[in-house]
Design a protein around this ligand. Structure first.
Ligand code: SAH
Ligand code: SF4
Length: 426
């Protein structure tokens, strides 16, 4: 979501203010730091980064701090780092061309509604694009700062999304990734009168766009994975058969404490239903270990879900207490010892790596439709290759035959190395 916010700030600045991108901070007239605050570590790095840019920047150049840390720290950022010229919250990025002209501006309102704001598309769109379908989040997961930084959930109107998607396709985009904190809650609230529609309806409408080859989305919430959604996912030929289903924990007790709204059994039931509809589906997930009160038994539940689902990709984190969240106020004796949490994370990741190499072997001989996303010419004795993703999300490298970015090819998997897959066009 931050990547998409950065893209849009860049395109606004290019189109409306004549800026061009540079990768040399010392040449820049404007330096934007787009921040994340989901965990503490990246947030801690912010002030040292500001200090470095303040030293590097040319006289008169401005520094802006944008994104979620901007939302929740607001003017404290300027107080702590006076070299910062403005602060722009995650929900206010559409105001970028305005704040650059207002010294010491602080725009962090989480009530601001830019759900009907039409951005211009960036110059170099490429073959893949991100499209926001909703802003904010209405959930109250006990550990999560996002509702505090991005505000309440508002869906972006259907006609605007269809217009944006067509514009992207006209500019050469083949694959659109729909973004939202809970994409499958689409339609829950619009800022104005809107015909009734849900996420399945949106997928079906987007599927009708000629020239659009692939649709992906992230993240759906397990709670909203009803049969209608799973059936549309299975049926719609343009919807890629890979899906991110954030688990967070495999223990129903911990899920309750997290206020996730589902149980281990519900999660596994949805996965089984999905796998029965789409046997080749690729599933990725997010897991937090060491959430307050997590016992060994709770963690074994998480390991059990890992074993049963065999995720293709795992994003795993140690619990990080965040300001403005419910669990940050819980007493110290509920916290999990840091060493225990570290060991659990290591065990989870090690077992996941094993699963990946076990499953990669089963891929040999399978044929996938692969969208070429990247090519590398032969260089200095290294062989050239093309690389792309299968419909179900697997990254496959094709050596010795160069292809063009944007091509969709039938590829047979011929080899694996650990979790990595190699193939040839057939
Ligand atoms: N809307 C998405 C998640 C957005 S945040 C969802 O509901 O799944 C991205 C991921 O960061 C989360 O899935 C979670 O695994 C992780 N995360 C969020 N808050 C965290 C915290 N306080 N400590 C550790 N990880 C956290
Ligand atoms: Fe955070 Fe929960 Fe909302 Fe996801 S659903 S953004 S984890 S509050």
């Amino acid at each position: 979501m931050n990547t998409r916010d950065s893209d849009h700030m860049i395109s606004e600045l290019e189109k409306k203010e004549g800026y061009i991108l540079t990768d040399k901070p010392s040449e820049a007239d404007l330096i934007l730091i787009n921040t994340c605050s989901v965990r503490e570590k990246p947030e801690r790095k912010l002030f040292s980064e500001i200090g470095q840019f303040a030293k590097l920047k040319k006289p008169g150049a401005k520094i802006g701090v944008c994104g979620c840390t901007a939302s929740h720290m607001g003017e404290d950022i300027i107080k702590k780092a006076p070299s910062v010229d403005f602060v722009l919250g995650a929900r206010n990025v559409s105001k970028i061309t305005e704040v650059i002209h207002r010294p010491k501006a602080v725009e962090v309102s989480i009530d601001y509604d830019d759900s009907t704001y039409v951005y211009d598309i960036a110059r170099n769109t490429g073959i893949k694009a991100l499209l926001n379908i909703s802003i904010g989040c209405d959930k109250k997961c006990a550990y999560c700062i996002v509702p505090h930084t991005r505000g309440k959930e508002i869906s972006i109107p259907l006609d605007l999304l269809l217009r944006e998607a067509k514009k992207l396709v006209d500019n050469g985009v083949k694959e659109i990734m729909l973004l939202g904190q809970n994409v499958n809650n689409y339609g829950v609230r619009f800022s104005d009168k809107h015909p009734k529609i849900n996420f399945s309806g949106l997928l079906s409408e987007l599927g009708k766009i000629e020239g659009l080859k692939r649709i992906r989305f992230t993240s759906p919430h397990p709670l909203h994975m009803d049969d209608e959604f799973l059936e549309e996912f299975a049926r719609n030929p343009k919807v890629c058969k890979s899906i991110h289903i954030p688990l967070q924990s495999g223990s129903s007790k911990i899920l309750k404490a997290m206020r996730r709204g589902y149980t281990k059994e519900w999660y596994l039931d949805r996965i089984n239903r999905l796998k029965s509809l789409v046997p080749e589906v690729g599933i990725s997930t997010d897991i937090i270990v060491g959430f307050p009160t997590e016992s060994n038994e709770d963690f074994e539940d998480t390991m059990d879900v890992l074993e049963k689902v065999r995720f293709d990709t795992l994003y795993s984190f140690i619990y990080s207490p965040r300001p403005h969240t419910e669990s940050a106020s819980w007493s110290d004796d509920l916290m999990v010892d840091a060493k225990v949490a570290q060991d659990r994370l290591a065990r989870l990741q090690a077992r996941h790596r094993e699963i990946l190499s076990e499953d990669a072997k089963k891929e040999i001989g399978k044929i996938h439709n692969v969208l070429i996303e990247n090519t590398k010419e032969a260089f200095d004795g290294m062989r050239g290759f093309s690389e792309g993703r299968s419909d179900n999300g697997r990254l496959i490298k094709i050596f010795d035959s160069m292809h063009s970015i944007g091509e969709i090819l039938r590829v047979e998997v011929t080899k694996c190395d650990g979790g990595s897959l190699f193939g040839r066009v057939c």
